[in-house]
Write a protein that binds this ligand. Structure first.
Ligand code: GTP
Length: 602
């Protein structure tokens, strides 16, 4: 393949603006896979992704395209994950391309992720081809979106391609435009002749181990060649190289400008990092490719099996999920109340929810996730210059030894129709946010920037934002810095026993309010027992809120009049079933649903 005839690009868009539909249409129009096969391929890949309408795992497809003038081209369409939690992965996928199709829904216009992705693409010096999608819809407003593209993004009106990814209108023109608009592949370092390839994605194959998706910037990589990873420092012999055409297709060599995969016989995904550079072991390139970063988990939670007999099943599940998810962090954990489990770190709440869903659905292990926490920096009296990192409220040292606690802040970017601006402001204020910037994108859409403690965004901020804006507001976030605040740990005591799964860190001003709402919910969630149960919230030994669950006196089976044995048995069996989904804390049983409901909205 000649480098002049290669085009490497990705599609970036806000969620639901049509990225997947357009990729499918391009693949179909270029007959990259037969239609029937295509449905199967895409459907069985990842149910959860499909159902939630988000792309988690990225991939790349090599497409043969014959232009109208007869010339044959190779398009490498590189997929990018579609959620803010996966920003680093997105930026590495973009770095593998020369250009991006920026897809904007004609009925919605610009959204927070349109902008976020646009800036990521700009940072990577990509040529950005604006595409207005869904022009088949009656509500499509092409002039409005055109205006936004020209005024807000500073792109040329002439370059805009209006399409309907669904019906196929305009897609042929788009394919032709890609050839002219997306630059021919170029090196990152013009003088570099040695192998320099970027790892932009990785996945796990049960039989072959880790498969690395790479973009060759200079030099070439062949089978049975000794290579080296720059940041990890490790050396390997390449087992196989090839192209990604949905299936893997082996070849002998990948050369400058090409995109493909390489297998190095690596068995653990932890051994490689997306963003690392592959070079030759014998004659390495001078410098690694830019942009490499260690991704750090932001949200932490304890993960425990509801049934403690399932600890080993949980272990298997976590190990398996980890194979394909290098951003997942975990270590063994042991809780007084919950027994053996794991402490896990996630990129964000969505990442955490997907993880929980997969454990329960794919491995059939119902789990309980403890109150999510962020990473605090805690300064202790005995060593005031340095901080320790605490991501688990139950590991917080005694407050009398603490000088100060710093919490992470996010810079949050929200785009909303102005009708909901008041609601958004209120939400941000409730979450200790500070407004930084506000501007109108057009007559209706407002973009505002806030700084908010991460601890306030990780719970239900996004859901709240969606509901108070009837689904119209969108957001994007990024870590800003750490700031010192009056953070305290609140413990929840059930029948005088602290339930560590419910402990949480909070700003002192919000402690009473939050505690009250948790206790109220807990009161509804815990069934009455034979005795009275006090519920308390405490900061240290100081009780700041309380509730009481009163006792029941009657036996559950009393209403069966003793006579009807089968009915009695049924009732007892039903009770037993209910108990399975309960967790015992001392003499009190708390249903699994209680934790979820309490942690979900506060
Ligand atoms: P994520 O994967 O969640 O980022 O979404 P996406 O951007 O890939 O959007 P997707 O392709 O899943 O499309 C979202 C919805 O819009 C789907 O219901 C599509 O059928 C619909 N859709 C996509 N393109 C068009 C179009 O051109 N016209 C119409 N009418 N609907 C479209």
């Amino acid at each position: 393949s000649h480098i002049q005839h290669i085009r490497n690009f990705c599609i970036i868009a806000h969620i639901d603006h049509g990225k997947s539909t357009l990729s499918d249409r391009i693949i179909e129009k270029t007959r990259t896979v037969e239609q029937r096969k295509m449905k199967e391929q895409f459907l069985d890949s990842m149910d959860i992704e499909r159902e939630r309408g988000i792309t988690i795992k990225s991939a790349s497809v090599r497409i043969n395209y014959q232009a109208k003038n007869g010339t044959k081209y190779i398009f490498n369409l590189i997929d990018t994950p579609g959620h803010v939690d996966f920003n680093y992965e997105v930026s590495r996928s973009l770095a593998a391309c020369e250009g991006a199709l920026l897809v904007i829904d004609a009925t919605q216009g610009m959204r927070a992720q349109t902008l976020a992705n646009f800036f990521l693409a700009m940072e990577n010096n990509l040529s950005i081809l604006p595409v207005i999608n869904k022009i088949d819809l009656p509500a499509a407003d092409i002039p409005m979106v055109t205006k936004q593209i020209v005024n807000e993004l500073g792109l040329e009106e002439e370059s805009i391609v209006p399409i309907s990814a669904k019906s196929g209108i305009g897609v042929d023109d788009l394919l032709e435009k890609i050839i002219d608009f997306i630059p021919i592949p170029s090196r990152k370092e013009p003088q570099e002749e040695k192998l320099q390839a970027l790892i932009f994605d990785s996945f796990y194959d049960n039989f072959r181990g880790v498969v690395l998706c790479i973009r060759v910037f200079s030099g070439s990589i062949s089978e049975r060649e000794r290579v080296k990873l720059f940041f990890s420092g490790k050396e390997y012999i390449t087992e196989e190289v090839g192209h990604l055409k949905i299936e893997r297709v082996k070849c002998h060599q990948l050369t400058e400008g090409e995109v493909g995969y390489v297998m190095l016989g690596i068995r653990s995904i932890n051994e490689v990092r997306v963003g690392d550079t592959i070079t030759s072991a014998q004659s390495p390139c001078a410098k690694p490719l830019p942009g490499y970063r260690e991704v750090k988990p932001m949200v932490f939670s304890g993960v425990f099996p509801i049934d403690s007999n399932q600890y080993e099943d949980l272990q298997v599940a976590v190990d398996k999920l980890k194979l394909n998810d290098s951003s997942l962090y975990y270590e063994k954990d042991n809780s007084g109340a919950l027994g053996f489990g794991y402490r896990c770190g996630f990129l964000g709440l969505l990442h955490m929810e997907v993880f929980q869903e997969r454990i329960e659905r794919e491995f059939n292990v119902p789990v309980l996730l403890t109150s999510p926490s962020v990473r605090y920096r805690v300064y202790l009296k005995k060593d005031p210059e340095n901080y320790i990192v605490v991501d688990n409220p139950s590991k917080l040292p005694d407050p009398s030894n603490i000088i100060k606690i710093e919490e992470p802040y996010m810079s949050v970017n929200i785009i909303t129709p102005n009708t909901y601006l008041g609601n958004v402001m209120q939400l941000v204020q409730d979450r200790r946010g500070v407004q930084k910037n506000l501007r109108y994108l057009d007559q209706v859409q407002v973009e505002c920037t806030f700084e908010i403690p991460l601890g306030e965004v990780v719970f239900d901020f996004y859901d709240k934002l969606k509901s108070l804006s009837k689904g119209y507001a969108s957001m994007d976030y990024d870590l800003a810095d750490y700031r010192s605040n009056d953070i305290v740990k609140v413990e929840i005591l059930v029948n005088k026993e602290p339930v560590d799964a419910l402990s949480f860190m909070v700003h002192r001003e919000h402690a009473v309010h939050r505690s009250r709402s948790i206790l109220e919910k807990l009161k509804d969630e815990i069934p009455r027992h034979m005795f009275q149960i006090p519920l308390q919230a405490a900061i240290g030994s100081n009780i700041i809120a309380r509730q009481t669950i009163s006792a029941i006196r009657k036996d559950v089976t009393a209403k069966c009049y003793g006579g009807d044995i089968s009915r009695k048995r049924k009732l007892l069996e039903k009770q037993k079933e209910g108990k399975k989904k309960m967790k015992s804390f001392g003499s009190v049983s708390i249903p699994q649903t209680a934790f979820i409901n309490i942690l979900k909205d506060r």
